[in-house]
Design a protein around this ligand. Structure first.
Ligand SMILES: Cc1cc2nc3c(=O)[nH]c(=O)nc-3n(C[C@H](O)[C@H](O)[C@H](O)COP(=O)(O)O)c2cc1C
Length: 241
């Protein structure tokens, strides 16, 4: 078991404060999220419009998109919609906001890491569930899979939960062979920063090359101002994307 308890300690008091102080937030909406690799839908033209067969034979719907260096990139992220700290009830999670921007900028596929049993829409209840899973070092079952073999670079996004990654992210890391792949973490939080999770990922995935991550405050991610967008863009520039 490689899960390091040490990353939990520095931020635990923040999570405790956020989860236990009875913050008054609006009632949750129900929000639908998907858990599949986004499909490219290629509209079939009518017979008359086909003038050059090679246009269509060159399109391969199963291939992962590549960047200008020919690398296949995936943005895999855990993110929870509904009621959350500092943002109220949202239809799209904070981390998902960042994930979608990254995927668009680098030309990547997206994979939403979701659990078979959804987390409670209520913030306090979600805190309780997450706390118990952390205490149990649980590996909640995921509801989707991705063909990891076809990707060279994986952006891995998640929120900080109780000073750590959600346990579902550990399930995700357990589910695939990351040897020889580049893993680039990014996260959202409400005060804990990355909370030691980048080095935790490095320890957990010794065969992967883990690069410098980016931590964004959850509310900033949700609002996604030009300034926030620029900070993500700058980070991508530094990484060479
Ligand atoms: C169960 C739970 C635990 C959390 N624990 C922390 C924490 O320890 N430190 C912190 O800075 N933020 C914590 N947060 C806040 C989230 O990290 C933050 O709202 C994040 O942006 C949520 O991302 P998401 O909308 O993509 O799920 C917690 C939120 C939840 C729901």
């Amino acid at each position: 078991m490689k899960h390091k308890a040490s990353v939990i300690v520095p931020s635990l008091f923040i999570a405790l404060a956020m989860c236990a102080c009875g913050i008054s937030l609006p009632a949750p909406d129900t929000a639908e999220t998907s858990n599949t690799v986004e499909e490219t839908v290629i509209e079939q033209p009518s017979d008359e419009t086909i003038t050059d067969d090679s246009t269509f034979s060159s399109l391969d719907e199963t291939a992962a998109p590549t960047d200008s260096d020919g690398r296949n990139i995936l943005v895999a992220y855990f993110s929870r919609a509904d009621e959350n700290y500092n943002v109220g009830t949202v239809e799209k999670g904070n981390t998902q906001m960042i994930a979608e921007y990254i995927a668009g900028e680098v030309g990547a596929d997206s994979f939403h890491i979701e659990t078979v049993t959804p987390y409670p829409a209520n913030y306090e209840e979600c805190c309780d569930t997450a706390k118990q899973e952390l205490a149990d070092n649980a590996r909640p079952e995921l509801s989707g899979t991705v063909d990891m073999e076809q990707y060279d670079i994986i952006f891995l996004g998640y929120p900080i939960w109780w000073g750590d990654m959600p346990m579902a992210v550990y399930t995700f890391m357990d589910s695939y062979d990351f040897s020889g792949k580049t893993v680039i973490p990014f996260n959202t939080h409400e005060g804990s920063g990355a909370s030691g999770t980048y080095s935790a990922i490095e320890d957990y995935l010794p065969g992967a090359q883990v690069q410098e991550g980016l931590a964004v405050q959850g509310r900033d991610a949700q609002e996604f101002s030009n300034e926030t967008q620029q900070s993500v863009r700058d980070w991508l520039d530094e990484l060479g994307f």
